[in-house]
Design a protein around this ligand. Sequence first.
Ligand code: T3D
Length: 267
Amino acid sequence: MPNRLDLETILVDRNDGVATITLNRPEKLNSFNAGMHAALKHALTEVESDGVTRTVVLTGAGRGFCAGQDLGDRDVSDGAEPPDLGETLDTLYNPLVLKLRSLPMPVIAAVNGVAAGAGCNIALACDLVFAAQSAKFIQAFCKIGLVPDSGGTWVLPRLVGRQRALGMALLGEPVTAEQAQEWGLIWKAVPDADLTATVSALAAHLSTQPTKGLGFIKQAINQSAGHNLEQQLDLERDLQRMAGRTNDYREGVRAFMGKRPAIFRGS
Ligand code: T3D
């Protein structure tokens, strides 16, 4: 499978500590082909190590967020060798989900329109999910004989409970942004016209906060799912030890004691 870097399929805009990454195949509702996977991987690697990005925003161009795998890339003709979809998950989708969850800064999904299949679960792999009111979340896999992937079967029951997870996964019906917010699937649904401004304001705010501390919080919450209380207490101790050694902790305490606003530099 080709894995060329198609930079036009991913747009990256950097501004004041915020990197906005836009999935850019609008004519296919930003569904993934191998080129877009490679370009997104490249973009995420860059923002992780550029030394300036303190918040990442993931969104889609056009009327959709992401419709999952580009189904036009799969040869399902009579006589064709069945594709090894396990391999695509191993090499493309799974590393993407793990990368989003392990980035050491907050990642906001700005779900501007339909999020279907892996596109839905990639949004849910982000740390805070905002959605335009007209957006829909669809576990479309069952309609084509597949299993929710990209962490769907892990995250859905944890976020919305077994019954709603099974309803979404077995029926593949669209869940509206408002319903998603009510169920706790996402953080907030906002009017369509307000999505960009709402997410931009929040991203700008987060980029002035103690980035290392926020990264540790994300790590603690993410790891809690596989821990018992003792293990989680140990992790909190280890992360707190590291947080206590950051410049931003020192600045936060000094600012509090000096009754002045803190200036966090993300270090
Ligand atoms: O294969 C592997 O590697 C395994 C991994 C799998 C991960 C997965 O994500 S599997 C699930 C794949 N996704 C889907 O099954 C969703 C398919 N799309 C839809 O069900 C619908 O398009 C939507 C519900 C998302 C939106 O419906 P609607 O009516 O708003 O738009 P539309 O007319 O269906 O789509 C607009 C265009 O985008 C259309 O192209 P056209 O006719 O205008 O030239 C449509 O074909 C194209 N499009 C939408 N989704 C995909 C797609 N083209 C290729 N792949 C898609 N996934």
